[in-house]
Design a protein around this ligand. Structure first.
Ligand code: TF8
Length: 335
């Protein structure tokens, strides 16, 4: 009898050493809020992320998405994460500079010149470096998704050079770098939460706003704007943020499933948004909006004109942060 007991114990021990402990998943309802609408590619990303979570957790980790700012704007939702009352948000980095000043690096005008540069910076050690700053502020960034290169729309006239912005009432995000960028071009820049933009354009309280083609399409700005100028003056990322207070209560399996699946969602979202970009542009044109690009000369003049914005904001972003991204980009451009 005693021998049998010993043998059984030995077998149990042997098994537990060889087989990893059973993955541990609890039922979790994860609210993810967004300012954009469900037909934006973030919707495809969330769907892909859910599929991945279903496979890993056997349906226990559930995302519930809220669109169109239903749980508040980017900043409000992010504060709800920090105080642990909401799980997740897909937000632009720009409204969060009051929380993590280093994020302002992405607001610097004309920083990135291609998707490849943006992806390499976000997905590499620089993105990780910023993630550590976010964590210290109570925010776990699961992955960088794409918002994209921003273009200017307005109801007044084609913008082909920075001087055309003189006196134009342009809505900017609640962010001093964007404010200065447009003021520096002579515009009358007005910070405003995203949720108010459509009606402000419709009532002509403002003339202009700037966002990627896909947002101009899915948020229906093209219905209340006459001109779009492809300025590509900034590439702003989306962050898939999780409340650190809540994340810390999850099991290691749940945490790694969320991290891995956010990357799966990211890849789908980026693929869809890059395909949609061209279709959104066609849709905007078909709706009767006049679209123009900038000549290389005028693009260079805008870039040149914007250098003061770099100087003015470098210290508040963190000189080390700005130098670091610029040296990564310089290395990439050499190749
Ligand atoms: C902006 C941003 C927004 C996004 C969206 C609310 O212009 O680009 O479009 O953050 O998710 O405020």
């Amino acid at each position: 009898m005693r021998n049998l007991l010993l043998t059984t114990t030995a077998i149990v021990f042997a098994c537990s050493a060889a087989v990893p402990a059973f993955a541990e998943y609890n039922d979790r309802n994860i609210r993810v809020s967004n300012g954009i609408n469900a037909d934006h590619p973030v919707g495809n990303g969330v769907e892909a992320m859910q599929k991945c979570l279903d496979e890993k957790s056997g349906g226990k980790l559930k995302l519930t998405a809220f669109w169109g700012g239903a749980l508040g704007g980017d900043l409000q939702a992010t504060q709800a994460l920090r105080s642990g009352v909401q799980e997740a948000v897909v937000t632009s980095s720009s409204p969060l500079v009051g929380i993590v000043p280093a994020l302002g690096v992405f607001d610097l005008p004309f920083l990135f010149t291609s998707n490849e540069e943006a992806d390499a910076v976000m997905d590499g050690e620089f993105g990780q470096f910023l993630n550590e700053k976010l964590e210290a502020a109570g925010l776990v960034n699961l992955a960088y998704w794409e918002n994209g290169f921003r273009n200017l729309s307005n109801s007044k006239k084609p913008v082909t050079k920075w001087e055309d912005l003189e006196g134009m009432k342009v809505r900017v995000m609640q962010n001093d770098i964007f404010l200065d960028t447009f003021q520096n071009f002579g515009a009358n820049a007005t910070p405003m939460a995203f949720g108010e933009v459509f009606s402000a354009l419709e009532t002509k309280a403002i003339d202009a706003q700037e966002n990627p083609y896909v947002t101009i399409d899915t948020s229906k700005f093209y219905e209340v704007q006459n001109y779009v100028s492809e300025t590509k003056h900034a590439y702003t990322p989306f962050l898939f943020l999780f409340s650190k207070a809540i994340f810390d209560t999850y099991t290691p399996d749940e945490q790694s499933a969320l991290r891995e699946c956010a990357v799966v969602g990211r890849d789908v979202e980026r693929k869809v948004i890059r395909e949609l970009n061209q279709k959104s542009l066609e849709k905007i044109k078909t709706a009767g909006v006049e679209v123009n690009t900038l000549s290389p000369e005028e693009y260079a003049r805008m870039l040149e004109k914007s250098q003061v914005v770099y100087e003015k904001h470098k210290d508040e972003i963190g000189a080390d942060v700005v130098d670091r991204v610029q040296s990564i980009l310089a290395d990439m451009r050499k190749k």
